[in-house]
Design a protein around this ligand. Structure first.
Ligand code: LLP
Length: 403
């Protein structure tokens, strides 16, 4: 959908994030459709974009939620995701979080270590409940993505190895307060190659078969994690149909519901970060375009050296190399380095694309900058889904303690 950034900027001021909700539903439905041969649950990874309206919109399409803190679980519930579609993952859950998750009666807790399984059992015992769990298997497969978003190797902190997983299933089966219902594996994010996914789902599917034949443990959910990559630049993507087929092939002969936890694939390319030019300057021979957005608003370029396409709107002339930078007091505060852009003037608008995933959710208040507004576009209509933070918001939790 063509977005009228000029109108939106006039109405909401810059900087802001704008998300195309129709695109979000399209992505959700494409994936759901790819798995239609089997029972499946798409549990959107809330961490990618946790705005309540985004999560609610996905819930309305039928999505569940993959959450990584009790805060995200409560967000999902607030956004009306049914509790039986909510999964709680993560390597470091506190007892309080486990307790609350059990009280909220969500679908399952993804357990990532032996020690955690013991805590879940103890907490469940204290509540006189049975905890539905799944074990996250670390298949030791290299996902071939950025090391910071790679999770499926033993050198990463996530999940347990195959032997440990087996032991944990036996423990869970013999524990009155645990019910093993699922198995989980997520090898990394922004994956653009199918081979590592194939390798890992085959490893995990074999474990499912072994658990059934050797130990009589029958699981109901096979969670393939998230990780499907998107186009930021010129990436070749994994075809969703082939992706689903790979999972279906691995599970041949096993009666199990497929769970998938995509984040970026659903929301990444729905979102644009819009900022405006404050000034241009030249240091020596280096041209800088200084904009009103900064690394605290969209951290990915600074943190991962991630590429996001940057475009000056309605300008095409006088092109030269520049860095696009924000007002934050760090040399790492940039959106793009050494890119060709037309000459800009004060108040020209700049769009930074593919910013719908891990954009706002990784924003901070560094330099006492309020987090920006978020806007939804749906059926040609725009609406505010999070107001810009004010100075009062920023000091709200400190002011009363001022002596
Ligand atoms: N499931 C689990 C267990 C995860 O850890 C993640 C992402 C997902 C699902 C969703 O992955 P996705 O489909 O979005 O790739 N901040 C980084 C990405 C971190 C991903 C963390 N886990 C970035 O900006 O690239």
């Amino acid at each position: 959908m063509a977005i009228n950034f000029k109108e939106l900027s006039k109405k909401y001021q810059t900087p802001y994030y704008v998300y195309d909700f129709d695109y979000i539903s399209k992505q959700y439905n494409e994936l759901k459709e790819a798995f239609k041969a089997r029972k499946s649950l798409i549990s959107y990874a809330v961490k990618a974009n946790s705005n309540l309206s985004v999560v609610k919109h996905l819930g309305q399409q039928g999505s569940g939620a993959d959450c990584v803190s009790i805060g995200e679980v409560k967000r999902a519930l607030k956004a009306e995701i049914p509790k039986y579609k909510i999964i709680f993952s993560g390597v470091g859950k506190t007892d309080d979080e486990i307790k609350e998750a059990l009280e909220l009666d969500i679908l399952m807790i993804n357990v990532e270590s032996e020690a955690e399984l013991h805590r879940v059992a103890l907490v469940a015992q204290g509540l006189e409940k049975i905890a539905r769990i799944s074990i996250r298997v670390n298949p030791n497969v290299d996902p071939k993505t950025h090391p910071y978003i790679s999770t499926g190797l033993h050198e990463n902190k996530f999940g347990v190895d195959l032997n440990t997983a087996k032991r944990l299933y036996i423990y869970a089966k013999n524990n009155d307060n645990l019910e093993p219902i699922g198995i989980h594996c997520h090898i990394g994010s922004q994956l653009t190659e199918l081979a590592p996914i194939k390798e890992s789902v085959n490893i995990v599917a074999d474990l499912v078969r072994n658990l059934k034949s050797g130990l009589n443990i029958e699981l109901s959910f096979f969670d393939v994690g998230g990780g499907l990559g998107i186009v930021y630049d010129d990436e070749t993507l994994i075809d969703t149909y082939e992706y689903a087929q790979t999972v279906l092939d691995a599970l041949f002969g096993i009666d199990i519901t497929i769970v998938c936890e995509p984040g970026r694939f659903i929301v990444g390319n729905s979102g644009t970060f819009v900022t405006k030019v404050l000034y241009e300057k030249i240091n020596g021979s280096k041209r800088f375009v200084i904009v009103d957005g900064a690394m605290n608003d969209l951290l990915r370029p600074s943190l991962y050296d991630a590429y996001h396409k940057v475009e000056v709107l309605e300008k095409t002339e006088d092109i030269s190399d520049c860095n696009v930078v924000g007002p934050v007091c760090e040399s790492g505060d940039f959106f793009a380095k050494n890119i060709s852009l037309p000459a800009t003037k004060h108040n020209d608008l700049i769009a930074i694309y593919s910013a719908g995933a891990y954009g706002f959710t990784m924003a901070s208040n560094y330099n006492t900058r309020g987090r920006v507004a978020e806007i939804a576009l749906e059926n040609g209509e725009d609406r505010l889904i999070r107001r810009r933070e004010t100075f009062e918001d920023l000091i709200a939790h400190e002011e009363e303690y001022l002596k």
